[in-house]
Design a protein around this ligand. Structure first.
Ligand SMILES: NC(=O)c1ccc[n+]([C@@H]2O[C@H](COP(=O)([O-])OP(=O)(O)OC[C@H]3O[C@@H](n4cnc5c(N)ncnc54)[C@H](O)[C@@H]3O)[C@@H](O)[C@H]2O)c1
Length: 443
């Protein structure tokens, strides 16, 4: 059996096997001695991947052994190769994994649509994973990532690094300390105007592929199409449904993270989105998603509403924030948690603001120190404390965010969610958008 076949079977088997056959980490990955280095590879070494790589490599216990990028130019592969001259370099992550006996962990910083293919292949080989947010491109992939990490007992971390900042950690601690009491409702928003292509059709024709770019490798598991300069690689892939997840996908795993963490939310029961009709291939830049979650020990009722808004200049409606004094300014992005005893504003990214009993005074609170999100993963791979955004946490968070992007395709339609069966009871038309076909030749 070839390795490619075995990787495909691994992914196919996940849904059947699940966590039931979890094995000790030692069964799959190397157990590191106190003086041994964690040997790391980076896939997607430009853009955010450059700071991911530097973040992990900041640990003195890390050795960078391999680098992969489909673009050999300086900002993508070149700079990383120059900084880590001892590391092997690749354009194709499959070739990197085919020669990976000396690799313990892989950093995955590609565009969203390649997170799962790269990570699942690496997990099949027993590699620990640091993967960018959103964890995946589809809901099904997010479930597969969680199951794979469970099954192989690997150390994982999603790259929602703001979770580890003092600001978000303090906000979570305030809710857990009961400062605002049980939480009754939440509003989260992102008012920035995206710069990526949106609400457009695919332009005709093609442009010459730069000599540094392997366009077929960039497209990977996605349906293949002609290269167009400045439309996809780098960065602008975010606006295209085949590659990115739009504004909610881009920011939801950051902004909804302290909401999830503090309220200990699980899968939503249902959601309804409001959004203009989307074009066949791009995302919109204006959406509201009304989520309903089961209540938790941190919430006031049996259920809790969490509403997401994204649009240029958007804020939650005034009637939703009557517990705040008129002087309170809402940040451009963040969340408001309305509790039985007070209200918490969690700006993205700044220190939280606490308002108690409707008083127009900001209360004082204890600040929680930040931790290093990257070194936390490297240390956990070497046997230290667990990571805080492991896939058993970040998988369900990503599923929720991506369910919202499914809802955006069906404005006004209530989508009930059966998380266990991964079905949308009563509206099966939406179910095809929970997953996708991979291009032939990939896992
Ligand atoms: N956590 C954060 O704050 C944050 C910030 C920005 C981006 N991101 C996430 O990081 C990821 C990358 O975003 P970006 O803005 O850096 O994108 P980008 O397009 O600017 O950079 C992606 C890099 O990966 C390379 N690449 C693309 N496909 C590859 C493949 N198959 N194999 C190897 N290399 C490949 C590209 O050449 C480029 O160097 C996305 O998932 C994004 O959501 C997270």
């Amino acid at each position: 059996m070839t390795r490619k076949t075995s990787r495909r079977r691994f992914v196919q088997q996940l849904g059947l096997a699940g966590a039931a056959i979890a094995l000790p980490a030692a069964s799959y990955s190397r157990v590191l001695g106190a003086n041994e280095k964690l040997r790391v590879a980076s896939v997607g070494t430009g853009g955010k991947g450059w700071s991911d790589l530097q973040g992990v490599a900041a640990s003195p216990a890390v050795e960078v052994v391999a680098l992969c990028n489909i673009d050999s130019s300086a900002p993508h592969l070149g700079r990383a190769a120059e900084t880590y001259p001892a590391a092997r370099t690749y354009a194709d992550y499959r070739k990197l994994l085919d020669k990976s006996d000396d690799i313990d962990g892989v950093i995955v910083s590609t565009p969203d649509f390649m997170h799962a293919p790269v990570s699942l292949s690496a997990m099949d080989l027993g590699k620990h994973i640091f993967c960018q947010k959103p964890l995946t491109h589809t809901v099904k992939e997010a479930r597969d990532m969680k199951l794979a990490a469970d099954k192989k007992n690997l150390v994982t971390q999603m790259g929602n690094q703001i979770q580890s900042h003092s600001a978000y950690r303090t906000a979570v601690a305030l809710v857990h300390a009961g400062k605002i009491g049980k939480v009754k409702e939440v509003h989260s928003w992102q008012s920035g105007q995206p710069t990526w292509p949106r609400n457009i059709d695919r332009p005709a024709g093609s442009d010459p592929v730069p000599t540094t770019v392997a366009w077929d490798l960039w497209q990977g598991v996605a349906p293949h199409r002609p290269y167009k300069s400045g439309l996809y690689h780098p960065f602008n892939w975010r606006g295209w449904q085949d590659y990115g997840t739009g504004q909610l996908g881009d920011f939801g795993c950051h902004i909804l993270d302290p909401v999830f963490k503090s309220l200990e939310l699980t899968a939503p029961l249902e959601l309804t989105a409001e959004a203009p009709p989307i074009k066949p291939e791009t995302w919109t830049d204006k959406a509201t998603v009304y989520y309903l979650f089961p209540g938790t020990s941190r919430t006031a009722g049996d259920t809790i509403k969490v509403t997401w808004y994204d649009a240029a200049g958007v804020r939650p409606p005034a009637e939703a924030v009557t517990t705040l004094p008129k002087s309170a300014e809402l940040p451009g992005a963040g969340s408001i948690l309305i509790g039985e005893k007070g209200t918490l504003i969690i700006p993205h990214v700044a220190m939280p603001k606490l308002y108690l009993n409707g008083e127009e005074t900001e209360a004082k609170y204890d600040v929680v120190d930040g931790v290093d999100h990257y070194v936390q993963w490297a240390d956990a791979c070497r046997g230290a404390d667990a990571t805080t955004s492991a896939f058993d946490y970040s998988g369900p968070l990503t599923e929720t965010v991506l369910l919202g992007t499914v809802g955006i395709r069906f404005p006004g339609q209530k989508l009930k969610w059966d998380a266990e069966k991964m079905t949308i009871p009563g509206f099966s038309q939406a179910e095809p958008y929970l997953t996708k076909e991979y291009a032939k030749g990939w896992i």
